[in-house]
Design a protein around this ligand. Sequence first.
Ligand code: ZN
Length: 177
Amino acid sequence: MPKVNRVESARKSPGKCSHCGEEIAVGSPYVWWQFRFRGKIVRCGKSACGPKPADLTSSEYQKAIYALHDNYKFEGATLDDLESDRDNAVSDLESLRDETQEKLDNMPESLQQGNSGTLLQERVDALESALSDLENVEFDELDDSSEEDQSEDAKKQRLEEHLEAKRDELRQALCNL
Ligand SMILES: [Zn+2]
């Protein structure tokens, strides 16, 4: 990852923020970073414009993984919400796995055996394993008919615990990516 340089007070304007497009004025704070062989990226001092991890990697794969983590926080309030998030995550992961596999298959055999081939194979394996964890999450309704305490509050709390356990399972599935 490139180093992020922070300037407390611009001596001359470094130009426009590449996120919000506002001109960065003399005297205001800004940050900048640079990938090898590419131009500087400049952002103003607003926290919304600060670099996100995805901004600091030039790897398309890493960007896709950051996007997955951003898009799938599994905060759904019902089992249905969580299940449809899961289904979307599965389809995103499947496309990423297929793209990665295709890159690997298109490599000359000598490279497949080398470091870049191994790296791609590791990614495919990690995606496969996340996929199977996601697919194994079951969205069973909470059956608490045998519970003695049937007060509304107790029911609500049991349901919330049930949901939280599902959210955890879903997040765990992505945490090795
Ligand atoms: Zn900005």
